[in-house]
Design a protein around this ligand. Structure first.
Ligand code: HSE
Length: 317
C-alpha cells in the first residue's frame, strides 16, 4: 500500500475539571489527510487547503510529528541507507487552527497513525500518542496528550501519568452529545497556559480531584446527574474565562435549557457543553447561537456525538 486517506477528528480537551488529563473525540468536524509513502527521503507537505498553516517544516505540526515518527522508526529498524523512505502529505483542514478543538492534534495524530499503517504497524498506540505529542509541543509549547489521545484512541480518554505515559480509554455513555461554539478570535494555547498559576490552593485541589473522580464514576454509571455535578473546574477556568466573550452567560443559558454542563474546550476560544441526547444538544447549540448573535464576534457552532473510533483511514486506489 502506497497511499491512504486519513480522517482525523476534532477533540475537546480538559472536559472542565480534567486539565491536561481528560479529553474526548468528536464525530464532527474532521480533517482529511492524504499520506503517500515514497522512496525519496524526506517529508514534503505538498498542499494545505482550508487554512494558512505554515509550510515551514519546523513550525508545521504534521511535519514535526512525522519527522519524530521517522526518527524512531529508523532507530527501530536500524535503517540501512539503501532503504530510503519518505512521505508526501496533503492536508485539508476542516478544523480551524487555534480553535480549541484540537486542530494541531488532528494533524499530528493523523499523520503518525497513517505512517504507522503504511509501514506495517511497527508502533503501538501509546508510542503513536507519544510521537503526536511532539507536534503539540511545536504548536503550543507543551507536549500535552489530552487532544492527541482521544484523536487516536477515540471516545473519552484519561492520562493517568505523563512520565511514564499511561493512558486509558474511559466508558462513553451512549447518549452523550456535545455542543460547541467556536468564537472566531485567536487564543494561543501557549498564552493561555502562560497565565495559569503554578501553585494552587489545597481547598481547590480537593474540589478538583473530587470532581474528576466523580466524573469518571458518572461516565461508567451512565449517571448523567453525577456527570453534570462533576463538570466544574475551580482551577483553570476562573483564569481563562476572561479570554472568551460572554463565557459565563453561555454557561448559564445552556444549563437553563438542559445542558449537563461544560466549559472551555481545551485552551479556548471554543466552549463545549455536554447534553444527554441529540435533541437537547441541538437546543443547547441553538442557545449558543442566541447568546452570540448580538455580539460583534463571528462564530461557528457544531453539534456532535462522541466519536468512538478516533482516526479512521481508507486505502487510496
Ligand atoms: N490541556 C491543554 C490546555 C489543551 O488546556 O492547555 C490545549 O488544547
Amino acid at each position: 500500500m502506497k497511499g491512504i486517506k486519513i480522517l482525523a477528528p476534532a477533540t475537546v480537551a480538559n472536559l472542565a475539571c480534567g486539565f491536561d488529563v481528560i479529553g474526548l473525540a468528536l464525530d464532527f468536524p474532521k480533517d482529511e489527510i492524504f499520506l503517500y509513502k515514497s522512496n525519496i527521503p524526506g517529508i514534503r507537505i505538498n498542499k494545505i487547503d482550508g487554512s494558512s498553516l505554515p509550510k515551514d517544516p519546523k513550525k508545521n505540526v504534521a511535519f514535526v510529528a512525522l519527522q519524530y515518527f521517522l526518527k524512531k522508526y529508523k532507530q527501530k529498524q536500524k535503517f540501512e541507507k539503501k532503504d530510503q523512505i519518505g512521505f508526501d502529505i496533503e492536508l485539508i483542514k476542516n478544523i480551524h487552527p487555534g480553535s480549541g478543538i484540537g486542530s494541531s492534534a488532528a494533524s499530528a495524530a493523523g499523520v503518525v497513525l497513517g505512517a504507522n499503517i503504511l509501514l506495517g504497524n511497527p508502533f503501538n498506540t501509546i508510542q503513536l500518542i507519544r510521537f503526536a505529542m511532539e507536534g503539540e509541543r511545536v504548536a503550543s509549547g507543551s507536549a500535552h496528550a489530552d487532544n492527541v489521545a482521544p484523536a487516536i484512541m477515540g471516545g473519552l480518554t484519561l492520562v493517568r501519568s505523563y512520565n511514564p505515559l499511561d493512558i486509558t480509554k474511559l466508558h462513553s455513555p451512549k447518549e452523550l452529545w456535545v455542543s460547541i461554539i467556536h468564537p472566531q478570535i485567536e487564543i494561543k494555547t501557549s498564552d493561555a497556559r502562560e497565565i495559569l498559576k503554578q501553585k494552587i490552593l489545597m481547598t481547590d485541589a480537593i474540589k478538583q480531584w473530587g470532581n474528576i473522580g466523580a466524573l469518571v464514576a458518572g461516565l461508567y454509571q451512565e449517571n448523567y446527574a453525577l456527570i453534570s455535578r462533576s463538570l466544574e473546574d475551580v482551577i483553570v477556568e476562573p483564569i481563562r474565562a476572561m479570554l472568551i466573550p460572554a463565557f459565563y452567560e453561555l454557561k448559564i443559558r445552556c444549563k437553563e435549557i438542559g445542558a449537563l454542563g461544560g466549559g472551555i474546550s481545551g485552551s479556548g476560544p471554543s466552549v463545549f457543553m455536554l447534553s444527554k441526547g441529540n435533541y437537547t444538544a441541538k437546543k443547547v447549540t441553538e442557545v449558543m447561537n442566541y447568546v452570540y448573535s448580538p455580539l460583534k464576534v463571528d462564530y461557528k457552532t457544531y453539534t456532535s456525538p462522541i466519536n468512538h473510533l478516533g482516526v479512521k483511514w481508507l486505502k487510496i486506489k
